[in-house]
Design a protein around this ligand. Sequence first.
Ligand code: AHR
Length: 521
Amino acid sequence: MHLRLVRFAFMAVALTAPAIAAEKVALSVDVSKAGAKIDRNIFGQFAEHLGQGIYEGIWVGPDSTIPNTRGIRNDVVAALKALKVPNVRWPGGCFADEYHWRKGIGAQRTVTLNSNWGGVTEPNSFGTHEFMDFLDQIGSEGYFSVNVGSGTPREAAEWLEYMTTDQPTALAKERAANGHTAPWKVAYLGIGNESWDCGGNMTADYYLSQLKIYSRFVRNFNPTQQDKEQMLKIAVGPGGPETEWTETIMKAWQHHHWSWDINGLSVHSYTVPRWPPSYKSVGFGEAEYGQILKTTLQMEDLVSKQSAVMDKYDPQKKVALVVDEWGAWYAPLPGTNPGFLVQQNSMRDAILAAMNLNIFARHADRVRMANIAQMINVLQAMILTDKEKMVLTPTYYVFKMYVPFQDATFIPVAFSAGTYTHGDISLPRVDAIAAKDTNGKLWLEVTNLDPNEPVEVEASLAGIAAKSAAGETLTAPGVDSVDTFEAPNTVVPKPVVAKVQGGKVALKLEPKSVTVVSVEQ
Ligand code: AHR
């Protein structure tokens, strides 16, 4: 056929073929049915001495040509401030059970080995004072993991005294001599890390004995934190859906002696379809997109199972479930040190982050803290750096869009999600949460998991007279689209305006998108 005729034939098809109708999903939100508070701490972060998470990612040293304040990168601080990071877990991870805090204070720092992560030297230039300075600069609170595996209760107790006492003890004087006279606040204390694995390969009963000792002797002395604002203690919990460990700790806690207590039980759960992590973080297709999201949805089952055990021993929900390591764990990027856990961050990770945050929000009565792994340059990071360069990831943007949900009141959303299918994988087509912020404004989050089809959402709102709704949407050309130092704006949020009519909010969601809007009344 002549070329012009071919073109004409295509045009005819294009003109006459019916437009593909977007899938429709109805949401129903009743503002009078308020649920639990979505604790801002579920948006917590994790910064371990691992690869370039601390050194280069946060700490460049005061003599660096990279703009810094007392050694801490200014660009990273500015980016993190916008996330209103509620807490940062530090110094590990597996690293914490080999960390000796004394090596990281004073004018002379001891160089040690980071035997967990790449076998590299650990200069200890970023220690207690630098971490506290970092927290001050970004406006966050510290979640300290103390060394149970290779440390002693005495070492941990002295660290806490060093940080928190206002009495003129030898440790307080040493702190002052090292530049900080006033006591610091220690908001959260993690007693060990993965004690069933890298933290010492303990049985639950053995760990329980350690927990009681550490809980008793590792005290907070800060006089401003004695009552409501006490330091919250978090015990090591399981590393998956298995509930034996949780049973042991919670059963003992139910009738615990006055001399020990906990406020949280941790759980770790990474999105990894199989170990060792082999899924690629770049250049993958729809099948890998579906598989990773299917795996990440197991978080719902895990949280439900652990919560059910906790409910048995703690019906008043005094002990929080703390998901203090979560996120996608992929194969290391080729050419990087495998011990540094370097991976890219794509549109898929943005959807994954939204789905997990929504699961935590739906369990807000029990899940009151979570820490994505990790903050910078490691696993599912917010930020990637390369010397003086910095780029924000799709996951960063999700956390930024979710800031209004911090401490907001959960509002249940009823909807029929529909189904997205690829090969033998079926997933809910949409996910959604709603919440009322501390000023009484309603916020809606809707995720379209379908990478190919848009979705038309119509939300009926009872209990408020909606006048307008607007916000931001995050989408990208491909499920594997990433932000790079060369092209940092491939996956960035764009403004979105919803139609509001007769109390209903209508939104068209792009394929593979995360959308957050606020409703004005
Ligand atoms: O986040 C990386 C590692 O994963 C942590 O150090 C450890 O706790 C977990 O196994």
